[in-house]
Design a binder for this molecule. Structure first.
Ligand SMILES: [Zn+2]
Length: 388
């Protein structure tokens, strides 16, 4: 299969919907089947759009946001309801999509001097009220799309700033490492989105590593669902446990519990718990504001040092090397990185530690024609690798 540099990245992973389809509550089952169908349709539609539509509207150095209202439809992007500089509307979803995309842009600019997801001022487009009671949010390669949630399992998906930061970071990855959305490289793709999503939230709230909740999607679960969020970086596997709805959070926190599965593109939303815990370890050990040191180390490694097939060990080596470059070889920051990974069962290569190995700098993603992801309709319905 041809390598693809862009994906439809959903915040709620398939294992959750799979569990929901076994619910004793008919409405919950129906909503889960519906979400799976709409997700599949969105993946199919996405392929016809072309990957870099947003670039056409690029304007260097200026934050540009637009928010569209789908009004329950699925034909993207919908009706334009707010653009950059426009007044707040009476629709809370519109305002959240606008504000949190702005916070994400500001975070990347202030902390990493990055100009939007492509570093060329790409316009940040969001569509809200996608479909009816849609239980998901996604980045489709060009824009953000948010469902309202069914109110029974999930609330509206614009409510969590870390979810918005997570999804827009899939765009950053698309334009940098282009990590394959499969197995370990896919789990690193998910991991980097969780890291930056959490850091956007921490930066906006001015929280130190010790003050942060280290949850992804806190407030997204509807009242009555037994859980606190979609994922926990601090304690992977503990975000929810509700046999009647979501099932149990399947995330492992170390390599000895690595999950080998064909589901979820090889467990990209599951095994991301391992590097997530490593990042939490590093940020906590360094202390202070996580975006200032741990965040910079991760950003440098993930946007400059990883190729699209990178594995967990490559990420450990790259972050270790980045820590040495940024804060000094053998200094506390670099030691924290090595220990943070070791704690989850991944050792930095001895060659990297001794400084005798050169990390391969990634080749830039090959430019692709806009229809590179097009899947002929005849094979679309056959079982094939899901696109995330
Ligand atoms: Zn994701």
């Amino acid at each position: 299969m041809k390598h693809e540099h862009h994906h439809v990245c959903f915040i709620v992973p398939p294992h959750i919907f799979k569990h929901l389809t076994t619910s004793s509550n008919a409405a919950v089952r129906e909503a889960a089947h519906h979400a799976l169908e709409v997700s599949a349709a969105a993946r199919g539609k996405r392929t016809a759009i072309g990957p870099f539509v947003g670039l056409l509207a690029a304007s260097p150095g200026v934050k540009q946001r637009t928010v569209y209202d789908e009004k329950g439809g699925t034909k993207l992007p919908g009706k334009l309801v707010r653009k950059e500089g426009g007044k707040a509307t009476s629709d809370v979803s519109v305002n959240e999509a606008y504000d949190y995309a702005g916070d994400t842009y500001d975070f990347y600019e202030a902390v990493f001097a990055r100009n939007s997801v492509d570093n060329k001022g790409m316009r940040l487009d969001s569509s809200v009220h996608y479909n009816h009671k849609f239980n998901n949010a996604f980045w489709d390669g060009t824009q953000m799309v948010y469902g309202d949630g069914d109110g029974q399992i999930f609330t509206r998906f614009t409510a969590c700033i870390d979810v918005i930061g997570h999804e827009l970071t899939h765009g950053v990855t698309q334009f940098t490492s282009a990590l394959d959305y499969q197995a370990q490289s896919g789990a690193l793709n998910e991991h980097f989105s969780d890291v930056m999503g959490s850091l956007v939230k921490q930066w906006t709230l001015k929280q130190s590593a010790a003050q942060a909740d280290w949850l992804i999607g806190k407030g997204l679960l509807a009242p009555g669902v037994k859980g606190v969020a979609l994922r926990s970086m601090k304690a992977p596997g503990t975000a929810y446990n509700d046999p009647k709805t979501l099932g149990r959070d399947p995330q492992p926190a170390d390599m000895s519990h690595y999950v080998n599965t064909n589901q979820d593109n090889g467990g990209v939303h599951i095994n991301s718990g391992i590097p997530n815990k490593a990042f939490y370890n590093v940020a906590s050990a360094i202390g202070g504001n996580a975006w200032e040191k741990a965040g910079k180390i991760w950003y440098t490694a993930f946007t400059n040092k990883l190729g699209h097939t990178a594995q967990f060990a490559d990420a450990a080596n790259a972050t270790y090397e980045a820590a040495g470059e940024l804060f000094g070889v053998g200094k506390a920051e670099q030691i924290a990185v090595g220990e943070g990974w070791k704690n989850v069962g991944i050792n930095v290569s001895k060659q990297i530690i001794s400084g005798s190995a050169m990390i391969t700098v990634k080749a830039p993603p090959a430019s692709q024609p806009p229809d590179s992801a097009y899947v002929p309709p005849t094979i679309k319905s056959q079982p094939r690798k899901s696109k995330g």
